[in-house]
Ligand binder design. Sequence first.
Ligand SMILES: Nc1ncnc2c1ncn2[C@@H]1O[C@H](COP(=O)(O)OP(=O)(O)OP(=O)(O)O)[C@@H](O)[C@H]1O
Length: 681
Amino acid sequence: MSTQAGSEVKVFLRTRPTANFAENLIEYVDGQTVNVHQKKDSRKGVVNNQLNSWSFRLDGVLHDVSQEEVYARVGRGVVLGAVEGYNGTVMCFGQTGAGKTYTITGASGSYQERGIIPRAIQEVFHEVDQRSTHTFRVQLSYLEIYNESLVDLLASLRGCPGAGPGPGGMAVVEEACGGVSIRGLSLHLVHSEEEALNLLFEGEMNRIIGTHALNKNSSRSHCIFTVHIESHSRTLSEAKYVTSKLNLVDLAGSERLGKIEPEGQMLKEAMYINKSLSFLEQAILALADRRRDHIPFRQSKLTHALKDSLGGNCNTVLVANIYGEAAHVEETLSTLRFASRMKRVQTDPIINQHTDPVVRLLLLYANRMETSYETLSEAQVAEVQSQVQRFLEGSLDEINVRTHNLSYKEHCQFVNVLNRLQEQKVKAQLCQNYTLVEKDQSTADSSAAKVSLLEGSSSASDCLPSSSPPPKADAFEDFKAEQGSEINRILKENKVVLLECRARLRELTEGVNTTKREIDSTSTTLRQWKDRQQSQGQFISADGVPVLDEAELSLVLRLRDLKTHYRQQYEELHCIKAEVNYCQHLVDQCRTRLLTEFESWYNESFLLPEEVQALLRSGGTIRPGLVPVDKALSLVSYKHSIRFPPSATIFYSAHNRTVKRVGQHTHICTPISPNIMTTDR
Ligand SMILES: Nc1ncnc2c1ncn2[C@@H]1O[C@H](COP(=O)(O)OP(=O)(O)OP(=O)(O)O)[C@@H](O)[C@H]1O
């Protein structure tokens, strides 16, 4: 099993550009050292003009650098490692508005300013194309953790309409190998960079953002975009294959409550954010202390979900984002303290290598037949595959591929394979309860990869309540009748208005069609009348002017009225269509809000550890949450002056498709002819 030399988590500092950078307080020494000076607090009775100073040593300082350079220094190594089979994590941490989302995702809609995720996607598919000796399977998932609720940002793309995360809802579950996975989170198989970008933009549209004093598009949640990579050798007899998980994490911004005094929903969100970040700090402190053997991962959804991504078997890189103005020096200090703790965490990545039981079985079978794997006939391969398939489906109790007279060594191998398949069978049965968006089931092993055999043990966590929560369907009915009654009432009202609008749209469409038919028939009659007149000769007045007869005149006037009426009706139709779209949008927003609120309420009422519940109690009763503001509305102004490289077309076409699909009235960007290449690939 290959390993990369164990080392510490890599930590970089990145600054948000500002004209008021506090040069006298923040000092970059040699590209790796940051000195921070802070005035002593006069309220604490200390002389005001004295300074406290701290020095932090990091792996790099990214001040005034392009997105491309950030990716090259922070992301590329981790991404290439993931293609090789090493787990990787890139995580952005810092105060609200410091540039975490800009770093990890980039400025939506701008190719030049795209962040680490789109660049990582591009790199992965570039590598897949280059490595012709292997076949790759790339899957994506996009998880949001909002107020201690797990949200699938790609749920709108689930394969089967109406399929939810299953009766148990979404949960972090521990895997037999020590890793974690998210039960109920949809996994999407992608075959190209563009398909992957489509999913990224789709997820971005669904993120919960709010307006904050320091950031008008502030992420109010933690988001984890994961690229799952599996690679098999094209050599048929090679039973070994590798898998890896690349987590790209945008943490919600830490903030001092006293500074901006949020209230209502904002306060509740801030409390959840700060609490989960403080649990993250506790986990990091424990990880950095080599004498500790218990790491409190299960204290929050965030730490639990990141259990296998914060060091250990993972190449981990942290970007500490700061907003280097004097007013934020305290936040800068606390970000740097977090960063230097994180830097002490050990990593010990290994290539995640597995053995494909089907190939193993085929090798054994070939041995028994005294032939080689490569010379097995199609019928022989099909026989083994069919047995495995039926065994996994449960219609065959035993696998028997001519395994009589096995040597002791072969017998051990056979038992191993059977155990592995039995494990898969159990997992596959569990999987049936959950949605797994799998279009391609060609690799039997990966079909069941997301559900832990230790599922039972996760509920035995010492932090989780012991009594089992009520079924979600029942709880949802209760919620709609009580805490969620107001938003449910609004949803119902909006639905009624939507239905009325749709009825008016139908009526008007019929009216427009009737008028159009009348126009056509009147035009025909008028044309026929004119033809007849022409054949009979036109009647001319005494002054020599052609005279219309009364019937013809009435037809002309009728046609004019009909056309005026048609125009009016058409305009009205246009308005009512916009109205229907708007109402539909509101209904969708209400529905999302009802569900988000329900998830928060359900978690708070039944799933949260008692200590967290106690903390939230002071935050007051449940209030309707923020309607997810569509990030498309905040899409940046596009830089039409820039000319793009060909790869930008993929980026823009994925972006535009998502925006159009969601039906936003937003500025859609169009790539300009790719004449001049930038330095980006
Ligand atoms: N390096 C940078 N270059 C240009 N603009 C930046 C940079 N960093 C941040 N910004 C801008 O600053 C604003 C805030 O950045 P961003 O939304 O990424 O912050 P954040 O840390 O994710 O905040 P929050 O925690 O509130 O979500 C955005 O308008 C972003 O475009």
